[in-house]
Design a protein around this ligand. Structure first.
Ligand SMILES: Cc1cc2nc3c(=O)[nH]c(=O)nc-3n(C[C@H](O)[C@H](O)[C@H](O)COP(=O)(O)OP(=O)(O)OC[C@H]3O[C@@H](n4cnc5c(N)ncnc54)[C@H](O)[C@@H]3O)c2cc1C
Length: 390
């Protein structure tokens, strides 16, 4: 331990987009905040794109706009999604459109590092923020505050510790939360492609042989692949040359995008469902993947995480003056406000993933009939879109 610990109202552990958004939002409501995070990494030399892209829902866009981050993103890097087409594994098709749902767009596709750089820039302007490129390695909770020791030898105290440290959350382990994890035995393989035929601002998804292939429309003549593949198949995809990966993708998508050219190295992410028995403990709150992990088939994990942050910040911002930021009553308010949204998204993504993973002709018939039925019901589709938009 070195000197007197620095004291903050909130300490955010973890600098994914969720942690950085949390730190920024908290400083913007006037709190003195410490953030443990690395700055955004530059793209590798010669690379023009980040392989990681996200579909941001309107709730995320609204929140990032409130933080004045969305406005700072280069507009030429934001790809709107006006339509979505889902193909079952026996010719069933489902079409969602922004027009039918009476919304301006269904989502936006943006590269992860583009949003992260905008967040970093905004964070550097916050006088209330102390940003440390360090990791937390010790946490003690007392009635008065939380004390966090860092791997650089420093110690900080804070009224509230926010665990935004991802699916393997260290903060969550310190608070003794119980985690249930079900491995999907799948890996999400992501890569970006130049395409010669327009994607028409349409997100397209194929359920095929128990796997899911999604092509998300990036700005310009590009699309981003998310292939939720069985672990062994994913490994094979990741080991392929760009040309072989392109050929494997063309086998699924046909000539819908014309000629494909792989423009980023493929990356893989193991997929799992993870539920946590509580989001809060004395002077601790969890947000983002630390709080919930879902299958990416609906592109909603980040959106859920940003909604956690919005809800936590609103709860803290509306606190009675006599309460301190770690007050258990406030933390329970936050936890209650998030329960339904998280449970609904977990049930929907897990249910769909199970339905399409079921082998056999009967399951195949039922799920494709289900898709066709939903496709023929504009009201159900409108309901689905409104829930997916968040
Ligand atoms: C293939 C795939 C596609 C996806 N597509 C979408 C999509 O289109 N839309 C969407 O909404 N979601 C999507 N998701 C989900 C989304 O990626 C996650 O929900 C989101 O990245 C979670 O962000 P996070 O900040 O909570 O966690 P992370 O991004 O995991 O960040 C956690 C951070 O904490 C740091 N950390 C860990 N331990 C410590 C410690 N002790 N001290 C300090 N720092 C620490 C880590 O280094 C890391 O930087 C997708 C997921 C996958 C796998």
């Amino acid at each position: 331990m070195r000197g007197t610990p620095q004291t903050f109202q909130a300490l955010v552990v973890g600098g994914g987009l969720v942690g950085k958004a949390a730190a920024l939002a908290l400083t913007q409501i006037g709190m003195r905040v410490a953030l443990l995070a690395q700055p955004a990494h530059p793209l590798p030399p010669g690379a023009r794109f980040d392989s990681r892209v996200y579909a941001f829902s309107s709730s995320s866009q609204t929140f990032l706009e409130r933080l004045r981050v969305w406005q700072a993103i280069d507009a030429s890097k934001i790809g709107p999604v006006y339509d979505m087409r889902v193909y079952g594994d026996a010719n069933a098709e489902l079409h969602f459109s922004a027009f039918q749902a009476a919304v301006p767009q269904l989502a936006w596709i943006v590269e992860s590092n583009v949003v992260e750089h905008a967040l970093d820039t905004a964070l550097r302007f916050q006088p209330q923020l102390n940003w440390l490129d360090a990791r937390a390695q010790g946490l003690e909770i007392s009635d008065a505050h939380a004390t966090v020791s860092l791997d650089n030898g420093e110690t900080l105290t804070a009224g509230l510790v926010i665990g935004a440290d991802g699916a393997q959350s260290w903060v969550r382990a310190q608070m003794g939360a119980k985690v249930e994890r079900r491995d999907y035995q799948q890996t999400g393989v992501v890569a970006n492609f130049r395409i010669s035929r327009s994607h028409g601002e349409t997100a397209t998804q194929w359920f095929t042989g128990g796997e899911i292939v999604a092509m998300l429309p990036l700005a310009g003549p590009y699309a981003s692949l998310v292939w939720s593949a069985r672990t062994a198949h994913a490994q094979a995809l990741l080991e392929m040359s760009p040309e072989a990966l392109t050929a494997a993708l063309a086998d699924v998508v046909g000539d819908r995008f014309g000629t494909l050219e792989c423009v980023t190295p493929a990356q893989g992410f193991p997929l799992a469902l993870q539920t946590v028995d509580r989001l809060v403990a004395p002077r601790v709150a969890l947000v983002g993947d630390a709080a919930h992990l879902i299958h990416p088939l609906a592109g909603q994990g980040m959106n859920l995480g940003l909604r956690d942050v919005a809800s936590l910040v609103d709860t803290l911002g509306a606190k009675e003056t006599f309460r301190d930021v770690g007050d258990p009553i406030l933390l329970r308010r936050y936890e209650r406000s998030r329960r339904e949204d998280i449970q609904r998204m977990m049930a929907a993504t897990d249910g769909l993933q199970r339905l399409f993973a079921l082998p056999g002709p009967i399951a195949k018939g039922i799920r494709n009939a289900g898709l066709a039925l939903v496709g023929a019901q504009p009201q159900i589709k409108r309901w689905l879109v409104s829930h997916a938009l968040g």
